[in-house]
Design a binder for this molecule. Structure first.
Ligand code: F6P
Length: 546
């Protein structure tokens, strides 16, 4: 297996300098940092592609930032960015290029993969998607009985589900409200059953989305969808009108019986969790239309250009990524909360979980050694203000340090009187409260009895980034997703791990394959697992047989 031309080299100097600086400054309070520097709020900000990032409420000073950027440089981030953008096989364990940035490149760009320009391929698929989406949107695409298709069910899991669901929810305001969209991912039969229970098969199109077209959950749901369709439509020929496929695997798609005219291709140089802007976004395009989809891609692309060209000290993904490294490696922070103050982004944290954790949940370096410091923080979150009435207690007063990204918009897409200022006041208030807290003196001055004071004190010094944009548009969503994609890459580069493979999902899949027949067989199987697994299987079989 070939390896990319340039490997990042270890950078102990910057790591050690950062460790020393962190030890010296770790306890400096944000109150002191703000008091000492009236220009802090202006200096620790960056803006690009319609996104404004205020990172002033982080536990950094100028030197910390300089050292973090130095570490990025010493990790050969610049070179790694170029390798990614130019199609080097930086996914070394799968010997693959990592070219999701080609998916949103403009028509006249030239991006070579194995000597061939992939941009025309990308645009040919986009055109084919647009033609198909337009037929559905105009109701010209008729089902087998002649009724127009009204319901679109995306069947996929992981990257073939989370991006489409997140984007559909995020861009609902510009979606065709006359169409119904459902998403089936879980192999739990409930997911399929509930998704279709009120749908008419004659008006329903399934999009089977799977990069490999072999994923057990998706193929099981796809076969169930086929049976559900054919039970009503009673003719194999109906499949051509009611099924589309998005995959890299044309052979398996035709073996399933889907007309390859309804197949939308992508390529092995697109990772599943980096694929929402490939043909995997077909349901998104049907929902919002080809023009809005192009705007989404343009937003991604604008962030790509920014990431590739902006100096590190003004580079949003670099700053965000290096701050994640700072807290993960020097403050023992184990998680990062992403808190969108926009209901349309309710699935954004779930989307980010796969993007960040499948990418950087690694403990082996590119050269096969063990990492010598923590990597990949746990990303999680919920939309504000709901989270405030749930888990924010722990973020404010718990024993763990949880850096937070708060995402908000200046203009609501549903500007009901009062709501938006109320919502956004919470973004600013939460960031303020987390940073500055409330001292015992302040609490006492409010007349709090002495015994209650400790309970009402807020230590503060809890870091936040605030990401602010004017309005949640397709372009802004693209920029936001690309911001996190590239932030993940920055982190992975500095940790010298491969952010683009996912071997960690394999073992469970293999073991499940072995267990399936043991659960299904009529005969009592001979079990050769550990005693706990054996006992659980036996108990399951007994309960099932009752
Ligand atoms: O969970 C592992 C994984 O391979 C993800 O990386 C991927 O997004 C998902 O499964 C689905 O894979 P596919 O699109 O091939 O069905």
């Amino acid at each position: 297996m070939s390896t990319p031309a340039t490997q990042p080299t270890p950078s102990p100097a910057a790591w050690n300098e950062l460790a020393a600086h962190a030890a010296k400054t770790r306890d400096t309070h944000l109150r002191a940092l703000f008091a000492a520097d009236p220009s802090r709020a202006e200096r620790f900000t960056a803006e690009a592609v319609g996104l404004f990032l205020d990172y002033s409420k982080n536990r950094i000073d100028d030197q910390a930032l300089a050292l973090l950027l130095k570490l990025a440089e010493q990790s050969k981030l610049k070179e790694r960015i170029e390798l990614m953008f130019t199609g080097a096989a930086i996914n070394i364990t799968e010997n693959r290029a990592v070219l999701h940035t080609a998916l949103r490149a403009p028509k006249d760009a030239v991006i070579l993969h194995d000597g061939n320009n992939v941009v025309p391929l990308v645009h040919a698929v986009l055109d084919k998607m647009a033609a198909f989406a337009s037929q559905i949107r105009s109701r010209a695409w008729k089902g087998f009985t002649g009724k127009p298709i009204k319901n679109i069910v995306n069947v996929g899991i992981g990257g073939s589900d989370l991006g489409p669901v997140m984007a559909y929810e995020a861009l609902r305001s510009c979606s065709d409200r006359g169409l119904v969209f459902r998403f089936v991912s879980n192999v739990d039969g409930t997911d399929f059953a509930e998704a279709v229970h009120d749908l008419d098969p004659a008006e329903t199109l399934f999009i089977i989305s799977s990069k490999t077209f072999t994923t057990l959950e998706t193929m099981t749901n796809a076969h169930t969808a086929r049976q559900w369709s054919l039970a009503a439509l009673k003719d194999e020929r109906a499949v051509a009108r009611h099924f589309g496929a998005v995959s890299t695997n044309a052979k398996e798609v035709s073996a399933f019986g889907i007309d390859t005219a309804n197949m939308f291709e992508f390529w092995d140089w697109v990772g599943g969790r980096y694929s929402m802007d490939s043909a995997i976004g077909l349901s998104t395009m049907i929902a919002i239309g080809p023009d809005h989809f192009r705007e989404l891609l343009d937003g991604f692309h604008a962030m790509d250009v920014h990431f590739r060209t902006a100096p590190f000290d003004a580079n949003l993904p670099v700053i965000l990524g290096m701050l994640a490294v700072w807290y993960t490696d020097f403050f023992n922070a184990e998680t990062i909360a992403v808190l969108p103050y926009d209901q349309y982004l309710k699935r954004f944290p779930a989307y980010l979980q796969q993007l960040t954790m499948e990418s950087n949940g690694k403990s082996v370096t590119l050269d096969g050694g063990r990492v010598d410091r923590p990597t990949g923080p746990v990303y999680w979150g919920e939309p504000g203000t709901n989270g405030q009435h749930s888990f924010y207690q722990l973020i404010h007063q718990g024993t763990r340090l949880i850096p937070c990204d708060l995402i908000g918009f200046a203009r609501s897409l549903n500007p009901l009187p009062k709501h938006h200022d109320l919502l956004m006041s919470n973004v600013f208030a939460q960031a303020e409260a987390l940073a500055f807290g409330k001292t015992p003196e302040q609490v006492k001055a409010e007349g709090t009895p002495d015994w209650l004071v400790p309970h009402r004190v807020f230590d503060g010094n809890r870091p936040t980034n605030v990401i602010l944009a004017e309005k949640l548009t397709p372009a802004i969503l693209g920029a936001l997703v690309a911001l996190y994609e590239h932030s993940v890459f920055v982190q992975g580069t500095v940790w010298r791990i491969n952010s683009f493979d996912q071997w960690g999902v394999e073992l469970g899949k293999q073991l499940a394959q072995r267990i399936i027949p043991e659960l299904a067989s009529a005969e009592e199987p001979a079990l050769a697992h550990d005693s706990s697994t054996n006992a659980l299987i036996k108990r399951y079989r007994a309960l099932k047989a009752r």
